[in-house]
Design a protein around this ligand. Structure first.
Ligand SMILES: [Cu+2]
Length: 172
């Protein structure tokens, strides 16, 4: 119990200290989009462990609605970011596994809400991502920023490493 509290305290300190940096970082790949600005709707299928399609081409400033559905038998994440952001997000996902919020084929959303009160990073409330159980479907509207190459990836522990990544090329 003491050990758990200690870890939570550490995590809270960590997430407070990195939050403004994380927000700024996220802005570099885009921002949450508005539904009246959507110019394209794209259906994404998630399987164990890959995306279909797995490469995209967008224009700078374009607003896209992603309809994401999990056809796999495992929990998967759809996360729009760059490689560095994915790397930073992975320890949060690992903590969700260690706290038994994130299970192989399900998400304990009750526990997630409870933990989120103690540590915001455990809420998985990021505008650039959705986390889905098998058969779940959710949409995400994203406005891309400047021309660059970024990645849509799944940061469920182990999945990024086996290549659950879609390359995103944003042109001027
Ligand atoms: Cu995955």
């Amino acid at each position: 119990m003491i050990k758990k509290l200690y870890i939570l305290t550490l995590l809270t300190v960590f997430s407070f200290s990195t939050h403004s940096f994380a927000d700024k970082n996220m802005m570099s790949v885009g921002t949450e989009g508005k539904s009246n600005e959507v110019t394209r709707i794209i259906k994404i299928k998630m399987y164990d462990n890959y995306f279909e399609p797995n490469s995209f081409n967008f224009k700078a400033e374009e607003t896209v609605k992603f309809e994401v559905e999990n056809f796999g038998e495992l929990v998967h994440e759809f996360n729009i970011a760059n490689a560095m952001m994915h790397k930073k997000h992975q320890p949060e996902m690992q903590m969700m596994v260690e706290n038994e919020i994130l299970l192989g084929d399900s998400i304990d959303r009750k526990k997630m809400a409870k933990m989120a009160k103690l540590d915001k990073s455990m809420s998985h409330q990021h505008s650039n991502s959705v986390l889905l159980e098998p058969k779940e479907k959710q949409y995400l509207i994203w406005k891309f920023s400047k021309a660059q190459n970024i990645e849509i990836a799944c940061n469920v522990p182990g999945h990024y490493d086996v290549g659950m990544i879609a390359q995103v090329k944003i042109d001027q």
